[in-house]
Design a protein around this ligand. Sequence first.
Ligand SMILES: [Zn+2]
Length: 221
Amino acid sequence: MHQQHHSLISASLGTQREIISFHFGEEKYKQVYIQTALHGDEIPGMAVSWYLKQKLMALESAGRLRAGFTLVPVANPLALSQHWQGTHLGRFHSESGQDFNRRFPSLGEKLAAELDGSLTPNESENKRLIRDAIDRHYHDVIARTELEAQRFTLMRMASQADLMIDHQRAASAAEEPAISAEVAAPVIGGDELALVTANAEDIAAPRRERWRRSRYRKRST
Ligand SMILES: [Zn+2]
């Protein structure tokens, strides 16, 4: 595992926030991106991330990961810091009023123009070209605000993934299953969170996958 610190532009003199990402496994198979708590006060998501981090570290040490993983436990350090007289306000950006889960950049037209004539019937090559173009965009673009820098940083990482899981869960829903995405369990290789399986055998270790599927069937009856 290694971690990266992505500095955001400063909102005011004397402050600077950062997004921290943790990276596991090898990207040569597939790439999985997981972020939690985009609305800041979604504490259960951060708890899930802590758990996943331990699991991913163990699986990586055992050589059992079949994908590269990027984990961002605190996707929104801006929202995490917003409080008003003891109440956590995580949904809207206090300065602009914007919902934190809106206004992500849309690069479709830009990419279409940039890649016009470059794409071929080779799917994997096209994927590489598109991802490289997105990465170049976020490398070159200049964020005007701290919020914009945060959105760009998240989008840059997420856009490189084959599977992206955006785990948002309010504290009031903490009793519900932690991640219900059907593809989550096999790529993570976990079971204690009662994660549901799906068809991603190419990512998970097959033997553990069979074991966990039988376990899930028992639980679901
Ligand atoms: Zn949310």
